[in-house]
Design a binder for this molecule. Structure first.
Ligand code: ADP
Ligand code: ADP
Ligand code: MG
Length: 472
């Protein structure tokens, strides 16, 4: 069994893993950049070690991290998401140095991290993939030629892309000429690879992804799907499980397909198979993520399975706790990614000190975060500061619970996307469970809400009004 785990990450996901460790009787070791000295993951772990002054490079320093794990007597490393979580070399170095990497083999991470290779593997396994190029593009001429075959609009995509970056829609040959070098330079900067490929642009698609779990004994199950269609610039904002836009037959079909996909590449651990559904209802494989996802929480909410615990058990060589026929989905769960951004100002990042924080609670509410009153949001990382997850038996109830939970939540001192999500929850198309990845772009009016909305602000405004009336 695994006795001690180093968590090679920060923020809410580090806290999430530390919590799983605590429940499993496993010691946890945090690592931190000096600017993160006052972060929650540092306080919550059993031990914590500095990575030095640079806010980012420490979290990416493979040899430093593996050495630290060995020096502190850790059996395993959990990579979280982001940072080194999809870095095949990191997994390989762990394997070589005798530290268990909590995730799939280095070879599977490498293959699935290369979107062109992943597409090929899925074609071989008989999974329908988004129409597009079989190989990476050689140059612009070839791109123009392929686009004629695929048919505009097309998507130009970075082969090693992630986090919604390195993707551009091109509606015409001119568009493609304009974007080609841009995507290559974006990909080179963000992912250290200039490789790009092309897919047919699925117009107004629904993003559906399946959570899967596979152990080292040949067992592989899925935990049903998540609908991540509420996105801005290809980045997820709100996720829902199961999708209120699918029926049970579609759900079973995609579940089966995802298990075939995972088995065909010898998958081990927790992972996600992402699909797009086009307007005619057809599904296409898009990519596979070989790590725990930000939105794993909603699959936990509808199935009761602790995905991080399963990850650790699988890495320890244990069989899955559940068979497929023991996995039921119950009710609906929604996750809101509360970002430190100002929706009224084109989602400009909003950093600074949180002067007051109150986590939403009550029935069916879970908050995963690393912030607290007095914490200062550093400008170096992702802008997501909290995940609010709500669960209820019906779609109507989970929307009402989401409203109530977001109302409950207090984050003062910075701007967040919370009030924007409250506008989305009120929208009739959202309430009718009818939305696709264009929803955010099609509804710019939802950023035009009134600022005076939370109770404290109202109370303060009232106090001023009373004072004014009394002539004070
Ligand atoms: P999920 O699919 O789990 O929602 P995201 O795509 O939102 O994951 O990515 C989770 C985090 O990991 C984000 O902080 C994102 O910026 C980061 N990330 C994802 N892929 C990469 C990558 N290839 N390189 C660098 N960072 C990445
Ligand atoms: P990442 O690795 O950054 O998550 P994905 O390949 O998963 O990249 O795509 C991210 C998002 O971009 C999708 O959820 C979808 O909204 C959009 N997208 C990607 N490929 C296509 C496509 N072929 N047609 C339409 N939208 C797409
Ligand atoms: Mg994706």
């Amino acid at each position: 069994m695994i006795r001690k785990i180093l968590i090679a990450n920060r923020g809410e996901i580090a806290v999430r893993v530390i919590r799983a460790c605590a429940e499993m009787g496993i010691r946890s070791v945090a690592i931190y950049a000096d600017s993160d000295r006052y972060s929650l993951h540092v306080k919550k772990a059993d031990e914590a070690y500095s990575l030095g002054a640079d806010p980012v490079t420490g979290y990416l320093n493979i040899h430093r991290i593996v050495n630290l794990a060995l020096e502190t007597g850790c059996d395993a490393i959990h990579p979280g998401y982001g940072f080194l979580s999809e870095n095949a070399r990191f997994a390989a170095v762990c394997e070589q140095r005798g530290v268990t990497y909590i995730g799939p083999s280095a070879e599977v991470i490498r293959r699935m991290g290369d979107k062109t290779e992943a597409r090929k593997a899925m074609v071989t396994a008989g999974i329908p993939v988004t129409p597009g190029t079989n190989e990476n593009l050689k140059d612009l001429d070839e791109a123009l030629q392929m686009a004629e075959q695929v048919g505009y609009p097309v998507m130009l995509k970075a082969t090693s892309g992630g986090g919604g970056r390195g993707i551009r829609r091109c509606d015409s040959a001119d568009d493609l000429r304009r974007n080609y070098d841009r995507v290559i330079s974006e990909a080179t900067k963000a992912f250290g690879s200039a490789e790009v490929f092309m897919e047919k642009c699925i117009v107004n698609p629904i993003h559906i992804e399946l959570q899967i779990l596979a152990d080292s004994h040949g067992n592989c199950i899925h935990l049903y799907e998540r609908d991540c269609s509420i996105q801005r610039r290809n980045q997820k904002l709100i996720e829902i499980a199961p999708s209120p836009q699918l029926d049970e037959a579609q759900r079973q079909y995609l579940g089966g397909l995802s298990v075939i996909a995972a088995k065909s590449v010898g998958y081990r651990g927790a992972g996600t198979v992402e699909f797009l559904q086009d307007e005619s209802g057809r599904f296409y494989f898009m990519e596979m993520n070989t790590r725990v996802q930000v939105e794993h929480t909603i699959s936990e909410a509808i199935t009761g399975v602790d995905i991080v615990e399963e990850q650790i058990r699988i890495a320890a060589g244990l069989p899955l706790k559940f068979r497929q026929d023991q996995i039921q989905h119950r009710g609906y769960a929604i996750q809101f990614r509360v970002n430190a951004e100002d929706p009224k100002n084109d989602f400009l990042p909003s950093f600074g000190r949180i002067s007051r924080y109150y986590a939403p609670g009550g029935p069916g509410v879970r908050t995963d975060t690393a912030i607290y009153t007095g914490y200062t949001i550093p400008p170096y990382y992702d802008s997501m500061i909290a995940k609010v997850i709500v669960w209820a038996l019906t779609w109507d109830d989970v929307i009402n619970r989401g409203q109530r939970a977001l109302d409950d939540m207090v984050v003062h001192g910075i701007r967040t996307t919370k009030p924007y999500y409250q506008e989305i929850l009120k929208h009739p198309e959202f309430r009718a469970a009818h939305f696709n990845t264009s929803f955010v772009e099609n509804h710019p009016e939802l950023t035009k809400y009134s600022d005076k909305r939370n109770k404290e602000d109202l109370a303060a405004a009232l106090a001023v009004a009373i004072a004014a009336h009394a002539g004070l």
